[in-house]
Design a protein around this ligand. Structure first.
Ligand code: BG6
Length: 486
C-alpha cells in the first residue's frame, strides 16, 4: 500500500463524481488506500470538507452497486477526501501548496478538466514549485482537438513533466475485458495462428451507448464521436487486437507494438475518407420504451450543430498480417443497446463437403464481449442430431462472471493503482497519441470540406442506414444484423 497525495482538478465535475470518486471508494474498500493517503479535490466552489464529502457520499450511493456499499467503508474513505477551493485557471496555487506539505510523498495530479487547461495548470504547478521528481500527471482524454492542439499541449506539459511521469488515460485500457483480450491472444496458442488475413475475413469493433449527450453538451458538441470515442477507445482496442505479440507486457514493449499498428493504418483522406466513413446524428426516438429528444433539441446544443453522435469507419492495416482485412469501427450515442464488443468473422470453409447443393455453412465467428456480460463466444458448426448430416451453428460460451465469481476491478480503480505504482503499460505514450491524431485529422477535415451534414438516425436504432451499406459493399453485415441462428 503506497501512500500518496492525489490531487483531482475538476473535483466537482462530472467525471470526478461519476467515475473517479466511486473508483477511489473501491480502492479503499479493497484495502488499497494507505491510512495516510489524501485525496485533494479542487474546484472554485466554496465547500467545507463536510459539504464536499456529503456530495461524494451521494455520488457513491448513486453509482455503486448496493452490495458493494458499506457505510463503514464509505465513512473511512471519506476521511481521506478534502476539498481545496482554488481557481485552477488563476495564478495563485497557495491553497494547494498549503496541503502539499510533504515532498516525500508520491504526488498525483489528475486533470479531469477540459484539455485547453492542461498546459496552464501544469505551468502553474511548476511556478508554485509543487512538482517533485516523484510526481505524476494524469491527463484525461481527449488530449486536444487535433494534432496541432495535441502537440501544443504536449510541448508545454512536457516542459514540466518527463514522459515517464505522464499518464494519459484511456479508461478502456483499464477495463478487465480489454486485458482479457491480451490474455486471450497471448495466453493461448489456439488463436494466434488464426489471427491473420488468411483466416479472418473482417473484424468489427462496436462501442454503442444508449445515453445521449446530456450533461456534457458543451464538451460533446465541440468534439463529437470521432474525437471523443474513435481517436481514443476504438483505436486503442484496434491496436490491442491487431498488434504483433510484444516481447513482454512492459510499458514500452506493448506501446511499441501498438504504435506500429497506428502507423500502418491506411490513411483516409478526401474522397477515401468520405467513402469509408459514415457519420450520423440522432433524432428523437425511443430508448427502452421511453421517448427521448433528438440531439439538436438537447439542452446546450446548438440547434444547427453539425457534430456527429455516430461514426462508422472502414479501416485497413497495411501489414503482412492484416493487408486487405476490413476493420469496421463503430460508435454512437442513443443506439439501441449499450454494447461493447469485438467481433471476428473467419473465412468460410473452402468447399462444402456436406454439399448436396446446400450453401456453405456460416463461417466461424468469435465475439469478445466487453459489456454487458463480459465474455467470449465462439460460433462453430455442429451436426444436428438425426439421420441426416445437417449442420447447425452453436456456440461455445465463456462468461467471465460465471468462470471467476469475483467482481472485476473498475477501470479507474485499476488505473489509479497503476499510476500510484508508476506502471505505464495501460497509458498512451506521446507518439501513440500523435499517430492517432494523424489518422483522425484528415477524416475530420474531409467531413468539414464536404460541407455535408451528418446523416440523421432515430434514437434507439443502430445508426444511419449508411452504416449497413458501408459493410454491404464488401458483402459483410454487422454482427447483430446477421443471422445468429443460421
Ligand atoms: C468516455 C466518453 O471516454 O467514454 C463518453 O467521453 C462515453 O462520451 C464514455 O460515454 C463511455 O465509457 P464506458 O466505460 O461507459 O463505455
Amino acid at each position: 500500500m503506497a501512500t500518496f497525495d492525489l490531487v483531482i482538478f475538476g473535483g466537482a465535475g462530472d467525471l470526478a463524481q461519476r467515475k473517479l470518486l466511486p473508483a477511489l471508494y473501491y480502492l479503499a474498500k479493497d484495502g488499497n488506500m494507505d491510512p495516510s493517503a489524501r485525496v485533494l479535490c479542487i474546484g472554485r466552489r466554496t465547500y467545507s470538507d463536510e459539504d464536499y464529502r456529503a456530495l461524494v457520499a451521494d455520488a457513491c450511493r448513486e453509482r455503486l452497486d448496493s452490495t458493494d456499499l458499506s457505510d463503514e467503508v464509505l465513512g473511512k474513505f471519506l476521511r481521506h477526501v478534502h476539498w481545496v477551493q482554488l481557481d485552477a485557471t488563476g495564478e495563485d496555487y497557495a491553497a494547494l501548496a498549503a496541503h502539499l506539505d510533504d515532498a516525500a510523498r508520491t504526488r498525483v495530479f489528475f486533470l479531469a478538466m477540459p484539455p485547453r487547461l492542461f498546459a496552464p495548470i501544469c505551468e502553474s504547478l511548476a511556478r508554485a514549485q509543487l512538482v517533485t521528481p516523484d510526481s505524476r500527471l494524469v491527463m484525461e482524454k481527449p488530449l486536444g482537438r487535433d494534432l496541432k492542439s495535441a502537440l501544443e499541449i504536449e510541448t508545454r506539459v512536457g516542459a514540466v513533466f518527463g514522459e515517464q511521469q505522464i499518464f494519459r488515460i484511456d479508461h478502456y485500457l483499464g477495463k478487465e475485458a480489454v486485458q482479457n483480450l491480451l490474455a486471450l491472444r497471448f495466453g493461448n496458442t489456439l488463436f494466434e495462428p488464426l489471427w491473420r488475413r488468411d483466416t479472418i475475413s473482417d473484424v468489427q469493433i462496436t462501442l454503442a451507448e444508449q445515453v445521449g449527450a446530456e450533461g456534457r453538451a458543451d464538451f460533446y458538441d465541440q468534439h463529437g464521436a470521432l474525437r471523443d470515442m474513435v481517436q481514443s477507445h476504438l483505436l486503442q482496442l484496434l491496436c490491442i487486437f491487431a498488434m504483433e505479440p510484444p516481447i513482454s507486457v512492459d510499458a514500452d514493449a506493448v506501446r511499441n507494438e501498438k504504435l506500429k499498428v497506428l502507423h500502418a493504418l491506411k490513411p483516409l483522406r478526401d474522397e477515401q475518407a468520405l467513402e469509408n466513413s459514415v457519420r450520423g446524428q440522432y433524432r428523437s426516438g425511443g430508448i427502452n420504451g421511453e421517448a427521448v429528444r433528438g440531439y439538436l433539441e438537447e439542452d446546450g446544443i446548438d440547434p444547427n450543430s453539425m457534430t456527429e453522435t455516430f461514426v462508422a469507419l472502414r479501416a485497413e492495416i497495411n501489414t503482412w498480417r492484416w493487408a486487405g482485412v476490413p476493420f469496421y469501427l463503430r460508435t454512437g450515442k442513443r443506439l439501441q443497446e449499450r454494447l461493447a464488443e469485438v467481433v471476428v468473422n473467419f473465412r468460410p470453409v473452402p468447399t462444402n463437403i456436406f454439399g448436396g447443393g446446400r450453401r456453405s455453412p456460416p463461417p466461424n465467428r468469435l465475439v469478445i464481449r466487453l459489456h454487458p456480460q463480459e465474455g467470449v463466444r465462439l460460433y462453430v458448426q455442429a451436426k444436428k442430431p438425426g439421420m441426416e448430416m445437417r449442420l447447425k451453428r452453436v456456440n461455445l460460451n465463456l462468461d467471465f462472471a460465471d468462470a471467476f465469481q469475483t467482481r472485476p476491478l473498475e477501470a479507474y480503480e485499476r488505473l489509479f493503482l497503476e499510476v500510484i505504482q508508476g506502471r505505464l503499460t495501460l497509458f498512451m505514450r506521446n507518439d501513440e497519441l500523435q499517430a492517432a491524431w494523424r489518422w483522425i485529422d484528415p477524416i475530420q477535415q474531409a467531413w468539414a470540406d464536404s460541407g455535408l451534414p451528418p446523416r440523421p438516425y432515430t434514437a434507439g436504432s443502430w445508426g444511419p442506414s449508411g452504416s449497413a451499406t458501408l459493410l454491404a459493399r464488401s458483402g459483410h453485415t454487422w454482427h447483430e444484423e446477421s443471422d445468429e441462428t443460421a
